[in-house]
Design a protein. Structure first.
Ligand SMILES: [Ca+2]
Length: 40
């Protein structure tokens, strides 16, 4: 799981990823939002 590559995601790509996971619309990806996306 150490090779997810999150550290390589920067700038607009990261913003798009965060927006895709930001279910409460606060512009930040909380652990809960991340975990929800991981669980599918
Ligand atoms: Ca959020």
């Amino acid at each position: 799981m150490a090779e997810m590559g999150d550290h390589l995601v920067t700038g607009p790509v990261a913003e798009a990823v965060i927006k895709a996971k930001d279910t409460d619309g606060d512009g930040l990806m909380s652990f809960d939002e991340f975990w929800t996306s991981v669980q599918g």
